[in-house]
Design a protein around this ligand. Structure first.
Ligand code: ADP
Length: 331
């Protein structure tokens, strides 16, 4: 069975893009592979989050992932910082990461541009921590987006250097996991970009949001003045609304509005109202589940403790081997 690892930083809430583009796939993957899913709280330290916020955000992400269907019975769901072996492996792998290549990482260059007052070493070595997260379970497959492919390449470089330096064939090269089906790209509400937190609050729809906010956001979504020629191709902002509908509405509803667009009788207000209705119907059960889990202390404690125990067993074995290989041995 393939070993798959994926982490999420505890910032913000899961939006429809995260759900359809990532989490839903993880939920399905649990049946096919041995999965490790973790909340990457060490990773979020690069921006010095407020400690209370950090703690609460870990709880939020856990609640949201569990509500979406990650099953701690099937997968190992854990908090990164519960596995101190990750930090030790990160330290060791840092010896195999070269300054030049870290500086050339696109994500590092972006960060340097964005937070020029806090370019700490943690930002520079972010890909090393990611490599540690992956190889600590000797994972072979990592479900990553396009933006993360460079980091995966770096992880391969670090572990190959490690293997080469000690003349071992210990770490397997982690590869991008490719889904057998086409990945969905969820559009945002701004008419242009994909749904993303970085495109602003108004561009995303999260599960945690209340009905009123969701309706308001959708009613404000960008449109145009309407089709003037029968059977024309909708421009991007309208296409985006149809694509959102494809995720949450019934075939009949979609067919109805497509027909209305084709014969130029469409009223965008009606389309948005229906879309808002269907999004709310879709998100409400998730929201209710998220809230129940978030407030269930016993559940959160049990899931994190069991996840940590399972993840540590795998991590400790790796660290025992690595220490032996590099010569850190008991007397
Ligand atoms: P954001 O862009 O809002 O910061 P993240 O980068 O944290 O979101 O996204 C985490 C994962 O969710 C990504 O690796 C990607 O697989 C998925 N994802 C995010 N936004 C979308 C989207 N609009 N469509 C499809 N998948 C998405």
């Amino acid at each position: 069975m393939e070993i798959v690892v994926s982490g999420t930083r505890p910032t913000g809430h899961i939006h429809l893009g995260n759900y359809f583009g990532a989490v839903k796939n993880f939920v399905e993957l649990q049946h096919e592979a041995q999965c490790f899913f973790f909340v990457a709280d060490y990773h979020s330290l690069t921006t010095h989050p407020n400690p209370d916020d950090l703690h609460d955000n870990v709880r939020i992400i856990l609640s949201e992932y569990l509500a979406c269907g990650l099953d701690p019975e099937k997968s190992t769901v854990y908090v990164q910082s519960d596995i101190p072996e990750v930090a030790e492996l990160y330290l060791i792998l840092n010896m195999f990461a070269h300054k030049g290549e870290l500086e050339r990482a696109t994500t590092f260059k972006d960060k340097v541009a964005k937070q020029e007052k806090n370019i700490n070493a943690g930002l520079l070595t972010y890909p090393v921590l990611q490599a540690a997260d992956i190889v600590i379970h000797k994972a072979l497959k990592v479900p990553v987006g396009k933006d993360q492919e460079q980091h995966l390449e770096m992880a391969r470089t670090f572990v190959n250097r490690f293997n080469h330096t000690f003349g071992v064939d210990y770490f397997p090269e982690p590869q991008a996991f490719s889904y057998s089906k086409e990945l969905i790209k969820v559009p945002g509400l701004d008419g242009a970009s994909k749904m993303s937190k970085s495109a602003g609050e108004q561009n995303t729809i999260s599960f945690y949001e209340d009905e009123k906010t969701i309706r308001k956001k959708i009613m404000r979504a960008v449109t145009d003045s309407g089709p003037t020629q029968p059977n024309s191709t909708p421009p991007q902002p309208i296409e985006n609304l149809f694509n959102l509908m494809a995720l949450v509405s019934t075939d009949d509803v979609i067919a109805h509005f497509k027909q209305a667009y084709a014969d130029c009788s469409i009223r965008y207000g009606d389309l948005k109202k229906q879309l808002a209705e269907d999004v709310v119907a879709f998100t409400t059960p998730f929201k209710e589940k998220i809230e129940a889990i978030y407030h269930d202390d016993a559940l959160i404690k049990r899931v994190t403790a069991e996840g940590a125990a399972k993840a540590r067993a795998s991590a400790q074995q790796t660290l025992r081997d690595v220490r032996e290989i590099i010569g850190i041995r008991p007397f």
